[in-house]
Design a protein around this ligand. Sequence first.
Ligand code: NDP
Length: 244
Amino acid sequence: PPTTSHSKVVLVTGASSGIGEATARRLAASGHRVVLGARRTDRIRAVAEDIRAGGGAADHHELDVTSLESMRSFVREAHDRHGRVDVLVNNAGVMPLSTLDALKVDEWNRMIDVNIRGVLHGIAAVLPLMRDQGAGHIVNVASVSGHRVDPTAAVYSATKFAVRAISEGLRQESRDLRVTVVSPGFTRSELAEGISDTGVREAVQGQMGMAIPASAIGEAIDYAIGQPLEVDVNEIVIRPTVQG
Ligand code: NDP
């Protein structure tokens, strides 16, 4: 196992925009080797090229977290290339908010598939090799919505409560792994663009005026990763100062 906190191999899901992109950029700037995954390969390719142009170490691989096979191939490729996987940041997520009455069942299922199954697929893909390594770090991005429920966010909150439950269970079962949950509040990203209900989208985009930059979340993740191996930062809640 590595004995220093420097230059880890870090895989970031959902690295094509927002928090994932900012996290990849920040971790590369801190000297880590980052592997960016997302479906929009043009975006992750461009971010990885930009990181390399700035002297960082980055590569990318197409990833759909709803597919266990896609996740396994993402992890396998990174492992083949770098010889180890030190950290997985399960960041990919979607937030098509709506009231339950709207019966947007396909969107409920989408949130479950990406936000819960995606995290479980990530864990399934790295757990055996992290056990073999005798060390590893799984960072799961939950939300302030994983701590509280608000109208239109019942299903989204349920997925983020689930991310926290899964993370705590993994932590309790793992004396060789570090497990961190990062729970952001309003953060500037493309997340609200996926809200199909116009009224809800405009309301959320209005509240996004208070949002903090995605780099603030990247910095929190960098902090957790950069701690000495015996120090496991379990949860960080980070939100705009003005958020209620
Ligand atoms: P963005 O919409 O900007 O980014 C979401 C990322 O998830 C994109 O890179 C997208 O990539 C990726 N993604 C979505 N579906 C899949 C999939 N099936 N497979 C792989 N990647 C996928 O939003 P954020 O940066 O805000 O979201 C990142 C995380 O932060 C999410 O988990 C979100 O719930 C959480 N969060 C965000 C908050 C905020 O206010 N912004 C607050 C609290 C939590 P692509 O489409 O290219 O596949």
